[in-house]
Design a protein around this ligand. Structure first.
Ligand SMILES: *Cc1c(COP(=O)(O)O)cnc(C)c1O
Length: 407
């Protein structure tokens, strides 16, 4: 076993017996430790799309972490989890009717990624404070589909248009209180540092009203043992330096925010899945498990790598194994190259009933799960020291049929 599991194998076996599989298990201590690592920022704002379970939102709220919402549903979740409206930021490139309605009624922070949102905001909330999300003209993510800066991304106000956006906001009577940049998810150190420079020319233009700068999210985590360490210390320092220069220029101390999703929760999460059968097709040995891309989409969608550890088989003879799910879909495989070809992992001999843990699934795991093939959404458990609490029960068929109308 290369790296230790955040929750020991014996505990995971017990939880699988108690709650069934496939099962998402999160370790509270790991999440709290990641929050502490971000102490170099004035405010940590959780990008809840990584994992919006109410129990996780309440946990993060209890340690002073604010929250980001990218839809009306996420606004509502944050409020249900106990957040006050002014602790919630709505970040989007558009307003839908429901989000606008919330914003008209509650003092949420609004982070606009498109200039045409400004008149809508001014109408819904005259005189509102607004944050502008700037697309600095470049981006970087773990893949092109999660790169949110640069001209091939729909996100943010194009940097060349930013002075115009500031003018439009001012003419509409909106106070631009923040500037924000988010260039991608799972970015690299160099690009994240470069993004800090994006504000230096803009801050002087909103000198009178500016209160905060946001570094966005995108901090990567080490999915593979060989992934380079992200130097959080120098990243925070780069941003603190940029914030200090901008503060000097506006003559007031600007609050520095960071807005991670993945970094806070990814490594806390394990997906426990049970082997349902094994087979050999051509040159490949397959272990077919009860989780699939309906449970964890990242491997099928991005060719993403997740470490997989055997929880029951003690066989020391490792063999190359393709781990695949139950869906009627050939892409339903957890061990793929980034091009989507089978990429067997060295695992002990497996048999029906054996358990595997898929690692680092706390972010973009459950939040991207679906009911494809009429599979029920899995259960989720939060482990806090000796205590393990079910935070979402497994769906029943009745749950799935709830909104369908009888013929
Ligand atoms: C997705 C997103 C984040 C979080 O990205 P991570 O890579 O999970 O840190 C932060 N801010 C915005 C606006 C996002 O859309």
């Amino acid at each position: 076993m290369s790296r230790e599991l955040v929750i020991p194998a014996a505990r995971l076996r017990e939880l699988a017996r108690e709650f069934g599989t496939p099962l998402y298990v999160y370790d509270e201590a790991t999440i709290l430790e990641r929050v502490r690592r971000l102490a170099g920022f004035d405010l940590v704002r959780y990008a809840q799309k990584a994992n919006p379970n109410l129990a996780l939102l309440a946990l993060l709220r209890s340690v002073g972490v604010a929250v980001d919402a990218v839809s009306a549903g996420e606004i509502e979740r944050a409020l249900r989890a106990g957040y006050a409206p002014d602790e919630v930021a709505y970040t989007a490139d558009l307003f839908d009717a429901r989000a606008l309605e919330f914003i008209a009624r509650k003092p949420l922070r609004v982070n606009c990624g498109s200039v045409d949102m400004l008149p809508l905001l001014a109408k819904a909330r005259p005189g509102a404070e607004v944050v502008l999300r700037i697309n600095p003209g470049f981006g970087h993510g773990h893949g092109l589909r999660v790169t949110t800066g640069g001209e091939s991304s729909k996100h943010g106000i194009w940097h060349v248009d930013a002075p115009n956006a500031l003018n439009v906001a001012q003419q509409l009577g909106l106070a631009v209180v923040g500037l924000h940049v988010h260039i991608g998810s799972g970015s690299d150190q160099r690009n994240l540092a470069l993004a800090a420079a994006a504000f230096e020319n803009l801050a002087p233009l909103v000198r009178r009203t500016l209160k905060s700068l946001s570094a966005g999210g995108g901090i990567p985590i080490p999915y593979r043992d060989a992934d380079p360490d992200f130097e959080l210390g120098s990243y925070a320092q780069t941003w603190r330096d940029a914030a200090r220069r901008a503060s000097e220029c506006v003559g007031r101390k600007l609050k520095l925010e960071v807005e991670p999703g993945r970094f806070l929760v990814a490594e806390s999460g394990l997906l426990v899945t049970e082997v349902q059968g094994t087979k050999r097709n051509g040159g490949f040995d397959y272990a077919l498990v009860d989780a699939g891309f309906h449970t964890l989409l990242r491997p099928a969608m991005y060719g993403a790598y997740h470490r997989i550890e055997a929880l029951t088989s003690a066989d020391r003879n490792l063999r190359p194994t393709v781990v695949a799910g139950p869906l009627c879909e050939s892409g339903d495989v957890f061990t793929l190259t980034s091009d989507g070809a089978p990429d067997p992992r060295l695992l002990p001999a497996l048999a029906r009933g054996d358990l595997l843990a898929i690692c680092d699934v706390g972010a973009y795991g459950m939040s991207m799960a679906s009911r494809y093939n009429s599979q029920p959404l899995p259960a989720e458990v939060l482990v806090s020291g000796d205590n393990a609490r079910l935070i979402r029960r497994r769906e029943s068929l009745e749950d799935q049929l709830l909104h369908e109308l009888d013929l």
